[in-house]
Design a protein. Sequence first.
Length: 262
Amino acid sequence: MTSYKEILDKITFSFSTLHQYEQCPYAFYNRKIDGTELNEGNFYSDAGGYMHDIQAQIFSNQLNLDDALDYYIENYDNNVCYTAKQSTMDKKYEQGADYLAALDLSELDNYEILGVEKEVHFELQGYKFIGFIDLLLQNKINGEIILIDHKSSDHFLKKDGKPLKNQLSNFEAYSKQMYLYSYPIYQEYGKYPSCIVWNHFYEQTITNIPFVKENYDKTLNWAVDIIHKIYQDEEFAAHLDYMMCHVLCGYRNSCEYVKGEE
Ligand code: SF4
């Protein structure tokens, strides 16, 4: 039991909280225990977040698909403020525009939309959780539920269904996110999703995996195990990783460990 117990007892956990702890316990400490606001965004979260927002507007009928591309272009600069290499920014901008121009929603006629950016609350062994499901659909004919997450990253699997080497950690992490969300889905609808779909919007591809109960059970155990680990932790050690510490982490410009590297 650590001296942080009282603070930890008040935390509402989420997949991203647990994932952040796995990636860098010190970042978790800054955010959840010290309460330091994330002080730096980045181009990738700006651009990906903007695409998420536009898709949420489309799927909740707040933005007509025919107007989506114009909206994207007109509001891009107000929503994507951080920069990256010019060629990366150009590529992502064009990929976003291409996706919206090609988006075809005709298949949605077969589905009822159960939720868009659906906020879910649940508890695992007394620990409170919150999550936001990008898109939840139910097949009008067979009643099957499909859990969809919009992803800026490339597709996760090879043609043989095995994870691509460079996407393995993403695939494993984001599978856990989707299995965690399956818990409140079961609580609300009395059934698990039949499949999990990642919509890799920039690439215009999808990764589609069947729901596997064994992986779901493992994920719930993983979540509770990580929380137990957090409660035991007294050091919250920094994990230095080039991409995280120089591009992605919200603490990269104030982190003493990164400054110590220079
Ligand atoms: S900058 Fe690096 S070491 Fe510092 S909190 Fe972020 S991920 Fe951890």
